[in-house]
Design a protein around this ligand. Structure first.
Ligand SMILES: [Fe+2]
Length: 166
């Protein structure tokens, strides 16, 4: 699968989860599980982009505004990670939690929009079809590895959340 299709599919998955979370009322226990799922999906997604996709584009950027676009994507990831960290703190799914989910959703929507326009456009300019395919294969393999690892698997995180939720 080429890298752009892989990332677009990931964006769709996260978008669906965020939409479901946005429809939950504060206090709805499903918000906690959805936040866990969103966290694992975004963590894996950001990790493979930062390990394979962005460095390739950064290395090939010839003009400074191209490099700025790539660094902007990195910076947006940092912001998204900070928002995810808030949701990971094992709190009750109250009004504040819901608000944080909404702000995360707004930031992810913005990031996805810029990525699928500016960043994908850079990738199409800088990489040929074979390279896009190769990068996609590499990133799919890395994604499978990360999804199997306990560090990014949400099912392993739930017990610690329960312990701290009070
Ligand atoms: Fe991204």
């Amino acid at each position: 699968m080429d890298v752009l299709t892989l990332l677009k599919n990931d964006h769709k998955t996260v978008g669906t989860l965020l939409d479901r979370a946005k429809r939950c009322d504060p206090g709805d226990g499903r918000l906690t599980d959805l936040a866990d799922e969103i966290e694992s999906a975004l963590t894996v997604h950001a990790a493979i982009e930062e390990k394979y996709f962005y460095p390739t584009l950064r290395d090939r950027a010839e003009e400074s505004d191209e490099a700025v676009d790539v660094f902007e994507a990195y910076t947006e990831h940092e912001l998204i990670k900070k928002l995810i960290a808030l949701l990971k703190s094992g709190r009750q799914p109250d009004e504040q939690f819901k608000a944080e989910v909404q702000v995360l959703a707004e930031n992810v929507t913005h990031h996805v929009k810029e990525e699928e326009s500016t960043i994908f456009e850079l990738a199409r300019q800088m990489l040929d079809a074979e390279e896009l395919e190769e990068l996609g294969t590499q990133m799919q393999a890395a994604k499978s590895r990360l999804m199997r690892s306990p560090r990014t698997s949400s099912s392993k995180k739930r017990p610690s959340r329960r312990k701290t939720a009070r």
